[in-house]
Design a binder for this molecule. Structure first.
Ligand code: C6P
Length: 412
């Protein structure tokens, strides 16, 4: 039977505690999501009953572990609607997946004088690999700027993506402003110019239905831990034809067909890109997180977050001493909201909110060029997931007002 968002009672014991003697509102989901019991239990169950290395043994546990690991790959395939499970590569996380593409596809297809196009709102994980590749190859790195509204400037994208472009790499959703980017349009633009499109799905896959075939992205990376899976496991989706033509990322066990004294034949995809023992339990537990999300339904998950943003964003925008960055219209937003309070450093704000039981993140959010474009050095960021409630939103607003009052000597 499908699970209802209104009935998650007991699934997330971590949320059910007081912090600093206050009710706990966990609003740091963009950094990492909390894990339901089902995911934690799966990890324990695997290690207690089925633990073995995969693809290597013929004994019963090895077969059980392999079966579950490969079943997890198929779950991921269906979750993002990839055409083939061999297009799903297990990685350490989103960062690892993006580095994989830059150092394999990138290093063989980008040459001197070529161009790589990213956006100004990229997380460093989807920026530095391309920046370093451009430096190594003598290629040019170009940035698509954003509008005053905090959305991607598509007119600028049309100018920046040209026949010189080899790779376009953009986040599906910003980890700072919550902006949802039109990556289907960007992928089409890239293809019109013979370039490939790399999507950073770290802040989208956990929060909305994603269909990689419909988006027609060539590569798409995301992390398990932001969608309730364990840390240390992630996914890189790549179109089979591209993956097959790429050199391996790392060399070692598991990724070979045969090894000789002077040469090696590599395994077919996905194994060619999974050298060494992988995070087997992590992949299996990520499969459990996907089961959980499927039971809720990704449309429901997205609708719930929309409901929360509809509720909280106008309240934040109405506070005269608060500046919200990014789209003003809740419908252009994921559950990620960045803001600053007048004359207060975001770290002080986050510390004050913590004292009120509200967990948020403060800093540059690994997006320093974006901070520069916004004209700030840091922001406070509240990020919601489907298990958050209107009470959490109320507590955030109340805590912001209390912080203002505290730093203003009692005057709001
Ligand atoms: N953003 C945040 O608090 P890893 O660390 O590999 O799981 O994910 C990297 C990453 C890549 N792209 C985007 C858009 C991201 O948001 C992140 C991770 C976290 O915003 C940690 S810095």
């Amino acid at each position: 039977m499908a699970k209802k968002i209104s009935d998650l009672t007991g699934d997330f014991p971590i949320l059910d505690q007081s912090i600093n003697s206050e009710r706990f509102a966990y609003l740091d989901n963009a950094a990492t999501a909390q894990k339901p019991n089902a995911v934690v239990d799966k990890l324990v169950d695997f290690y207690q009953h089925d633990n073995a290395n995969v693809h290597r043994g013929v004994h019963t546990l090895a077969e059980r572990a392999t079966e579950q690991y490969e079943a997890a790959r198929v779950k991921v395939q269906h979750f993002i609607n990839a055409a083939d499970s061999r297009e799903i590569i297990f990685t350490k996380g989103c960062t690892d997946g993006l580095n994989l593409v830059a150092s394999t596809y990138g290093s063989t297809n980008v040459h001197e004088g070529d161009e790589i196009v990213i956006s100004i709102m990229e997380h460093h994980s989807n920026l530095i690999p391309w920046q370093q590749l451009a430096i190594q190859k003598g290629a040019k790195l170009k940035y698509i700027e954003m509008t005053d509204e905090g959305t991607l400037d598509m007119e600028d994208a049309k100018q920046k993506i040209t026949d010189k472009t080899k790779i376009v790499a953009v986040a599906h959703a910003s980890n700072v402003m919550g902006t949802i980017n039109p990556i289907k349009e960007l992928a089409a633009l890239a293809h019109d110019h013979g370039a490939v499109f790399v999507g950073d799905g770290a802040q989208s896959v956990p929060h909305m239905p994603v269909d990689v075939q419909d988006l027609d992205v060539d590569f798409y990376a995301f992390s398990g831990h932001k969608m309730m899976g364990p840390t240390g496991i992630g996914v890189l989706y790549g179109k089979a034809e591209l993956l097959r033509n790429m050199p391996p990322y790392q060399y070692g066990g598991e990724m070979i067909a045969s090894v000789h004294r002077d040469h090696t034949e590599f395994a077919d995809i996905p194994f060619k890109f999974e050298a060494g023992t992988q995070h087997i339990a992590g992949a299996i537990a990520l499969g459990t997180a996907i089961d959980y999300l499927n039971e809720l339904g990704m449309d429901e998950v997205a609708a719930r977050e929309q409901e929360l943003v509809d509720y909280v964003l106008p309240q934040l925008e109405a506070l005269p001493y608060v500046t919200v960055y990014g789209p003003q219209d809740p419908k252009d937003h994921t559950g990620v909201i960045a803001f600053n309070m007048d004359n207060l450093h975001p770290h002080d704000v986050a510390t004050a909110l913590d004292a009120e039981g509200v967990a948020v993140r403060a800093g540059h959010h690994c997006a320093q060029p974006l901070m520069e474009a916004l004209g700030v050095s840091a922001t406070t960021r509240a990020s919601f997931y489907f298990y958050n409630t209107k009470e959490d939103a109320d507590q955030l607003i109340k805590a912001i007002k209390a912080t203002k009052e505290f730093f203003n000597g009692g005057i709001i």
